[in-house]
Design a protein around this ligand. Sequence first.
Ligand code: ZN
Length: 160
Amino acid sequence: MSTLRISRPVYDAIRAHGQETYPHECCGALLGRSSGNGWRIEASARTGNTRTDSAHNRYQIAPAELVKIEREARQQGLEIAGFYHSHPDHPAQWSATDFAEAHWLGCSYVITAVEQGKATVTNSFLLAGSTEEDKRFELESIDVAAADEPFVAAAESKKA
Ligand SMILES: [Zn+2]
């Protein structure tokens, strides 16, 4: 099982985003670096939900917005590591639509359940596989670290 390492401020921010947009879905991108067995997330970028037809159960990020996010991420030495969205009054499990619309192989898809306006469970699913045909979601563990805790540096120095 891979692990999504995420700083506490980013973790709190994506959960708060879901509470703010309730009863609609929120969505955004996760920016980070590859850490061998999963991503380490250092920043997030809120995005508009372009699915105004049914914003409560669909999400989509405009391509132009994604290009802009990717450019800004690279300037900070980061990559698009995944995406997050919320499930208002639904479990933090991926839906058939989520799976169909997930195309970033190797990226993490984070879902937060928001019940009655309050963020509850947050899960992360790695989009595994090498092609669109054999892609699959694999549940991964989430390791939330404090912002001032050098969790990656510590893990790397232990290995060295
Ligand atoms: Zn969803």
